[in-house]
Design a binder for this molecule. Sequence first.
Ligand SMILES: O=C(O)CCC(=O)C(=O)O
Ligand SMILES: [Fe+2]
Length: 354
Amino acid sequence: MTEALDKMKVEFIGREESVQAVAAACQDTGEVPERYVRPKMDADPLIADAEGYALPTIDMSRLLNPESSEEESAKLGAACEHWGFFQLVNHGVDGELLGQTKADVAAFFGLSPEEKSAVAMPPGGMQGFGHHFVFSEEQKLDWADLLFLVTRPVEERSLGFWPTNPSTFRDTLDKYTLELANVTEQLFRFMAKDLGVDHEALLGTFRGLPQCVRVNYYPPCRQADRVLGLSPHTDGVGMTLLLHVNDVQGLQIRKDGEWYPVVALPGALIVNIGDVLEILTNGKYKSIEHRAVVNPDTERITIAAFHSAHLSCTIGPLPELGNARYRAMDGVEFTKGYFAAKLEGRRYLESLKL
Ligand SMILES: O=C(O)CCC(=O)C(=O)O
Ligand SMILES: [Fe+2]
């Protein structure tokens, strides 16, 4: 996949500046550099206490228990159809491993800029410590640094971008991402059950469970309501599992045209359906626009694990799910188109509708 990503010739502009350093420099004055100030934030109100708004919670232990599996699978299906997002509890990922993952990730972002630059993203590259989706000198910038790594298939890892400080980082990430790949595979099986499709047909598209990880670091900002940590987007993958490293909230999802905050349960994984699964399910499951806001006082760190289609697989609606409502294409063409559309909400996905 690394090679294929390189071949896609995504035209990103490299950006040297660490937002963590920008944030530190403007902490005293509270002034935010113009390139980060969003003009339209007020036009996009946040609905915090809407009645009936509660992100569904899915319990993996109930999915796995034959006595409750059918009921929980139906609940899972309803969450994917109506929300495109849910919280996964009792997911079985070892608590100690979760703790170590959080500690190692936080320790990496706590290093000095010089130390972090040991794994800096090269200009025009995808992996390492840096920024994504900077297409022009004029574009508003996200208030976040990131560390992006290909984690699966194992033979496609570029270990040069994997931090060695803290010394446990690589081993911990290896174990954590394997656990998440297993959780993802189980979820695909229960989704296939809910959809009434052959699970091999669904799993085949994700052969070998290609996986990338993006660690998001959002520094605090005294003018938090004037910047965005992560611009509105959908994920161009099958499914994403998000872990909150510290208990600072900031994820928002767009539902029925309004922005709603997600309040993550301690220890839960936030799961969302990506564009590829919306296409495969012929629109039954929804890939929902989301964004991240910044906290005025506290840093926020999250780990998103993306599970993508195999690049050589066809991405198109499963024939069992009725007349195709989306155009079919291979994984490389899909991913190229996703990046070329510059993450403008659901625009790319909509353009694939027949
Ligand atoms: O950090 C978050 O809350 C959202 C992260 C996200 O959407 C992403 O990395 O794609
Ligand atoms: Fe996302």
